[in-house]
Design a protein around this ligand. Structure first.
Ligand SMILES: *Cc1c(COP(=O)(O)O)cnc(C)c1O
Length: 388
């Protein structure tokens, strides 16, 4: 593949044209594919040929989407899933054995946390956690059975930044598989493989689609690891649908321009909230007051679409704030063209105990804003009037 720049690859990494010479890639809504003859049938099933056999294994639209994301992330291979959680679960399930141990940052996506605590123990897979300010303790928490080191940066919902290069070096030294959920950054803002990640996971549902239409997930990275994930997934069936893959591949054509505007709007909102008399604190990776501002500048191209802040007056003021919002959506999604306000304590992180919430920095008055693509002044006006 010719190595053009990010924006160009996002548009030009495209399927070969069919006999109709279409300009934009068509949709291949087919569950299976035909064989030329008996020998083709045998060779295809024996995997002697790189070709489509059945859409649970591969499909042209899914392949186009995977190719684009691999190119963006600098990855060797990938597999696309029906949702981000299907990607997270299948990655763990394909790589872990009973008795293995996961070492993970504590502030992970709520459903990932739920996998660790409610499901993996059934298969004798134990997880231990480190806080974002406890990186020096990570090395001593590595056990002889530790297999995966798992990180998210920026974290959800507190937008803390983890030193990926530091963790990447630790993983290499101790022969761990370093997995990074890069969903909050998108491949446009951050490529964890550069910092030593072996695998990168995305929920395509967020910035990748960016318009709140489809669920999707993808894992990309080192070819031998992706092959294990592929072997597991072609049997268990979490594959992305060709229709959603087509939507996603189109969405990636505009990822760079969209994410640039998301970040511009988010920074403006963060600056507005900083020092607002009704706000205790605001956190945004590219705000100078962010505790890991320097690190964010090193790892990311811009700060992302999520701004976190705390309304003064705790739960009661928080409720009033949400009830006063007029333009923005009250929803649990993020990375959408429409700006979204979320109350993590009662939604995305409601399954955690209050102690667990406290440990990952979620207070009752905390608000997460996924800043969208409306005019920044309208977003700021709405949040300003709701704060009162
Ligand atoms: C949304 C999200 C997921 C899960 O993705 P789904 O597409 O909702 O299954 C995983 N990790 C992060 C950081 C997310 O924001």
């Amino acid at each position: 593949m010719k190595d053009n720049r990010f924006e160009t690859n996002a548009i030009r990494d495209q399927l070969e044209r069919t006999q109709y010479l279409e300009h934009s890639a068509p949709m291949f809504l087919t569950s299976s594919y035909v064989f030329e003859d008996a020998e083709d049938m045998r060779a295809s099933f024996a995997e002697e040929k790189d070709r489509n056999v059945y859409s649970r294994y591969s499909n042209p639209n899914t392949s186009e989407f995977i190719t684009k994301v691999c190119h963006m992330e600098g990855a060797e291979a990938g597999f696309a899933f029906a949702s981000g959680m299907a990607a997270v679960f299948s990655t763990f399930a394909a790589l872990l054995e009973s008795g293995d141990h996961i070492l993970s940052v504590r502030s992970v996506f709520g459903s990932t946390h739920s996998l660790y605590t409610n499901f993996f123990p059934k298969w004798n897979i134990e997880t231990s956690f480190f806080g974002i300010d406890e990186l020096e303790k990570v090395e001593q928490s590595i056990r002889s059975n530790t297999k995966i080191l798992y990180a998210e940066s920026p974290t959800n919902p507190g937008v803390d930044i983890l030193d990926l290069e530091y963790l990447g070096k630790l993983a290499k030294k101790h022969d761990l598989i370093f997995v990074v959920d890069n969903c909050f950054a998108s491949p446009y803002l951050q490529q964890p493989i550069k910092f030593g990640a072996d695998l990168v996971i995305h929920s395509g549902t967020k910035l990748m689609d960016g318009q709140g239409r489809v669920l999707a997930g993808i894992t990309v990275g080192q070819a031998d690891l992706v092959d294990k994930i592929y072997r597991f997934s072609r049997i268990t069936g979490p594959a992305l649908s060709p229709f959603n893959a087509w939507v996603l591949s189109k969405s990636l054509e505009t990822l760079a321009v969209r994410v640039d505007r998301h970040c511009e709007n988010a920074l403006k909102l963060a600056e507005f909230l900083e020092g607002h008399r009704k706000v205790n604190w605001v956190k945004y990776p590219f705000l100078k007051s962010h505790p890991q501002y320097e690190l964010a500048q090193k790892q990311m191209k811009a700060g992302g679409c999520v701004v976190a802040f705390e309304v003064k007056g705790g739960l009661e003021s928080g409720r009033k704030f949400f009830d006063s919002i007029r333009l923005l959506s009250l929803s649990a999604n993020l990375g959408d063209a429409r700006s979204i306000v979320t109350h993590p304590a009662s939604t995305t992180h409601s399954k955690l105990t209050p102690e667990e919430r406290k440990a990952v920095g979620i207070s009752e008055g905390m608000v997460r804003v996924s800043v969208g693509l409306e005019h920044s002044a309208d977003i700021i006006d709405d949040i300003g009037q709701a704060l009162g």
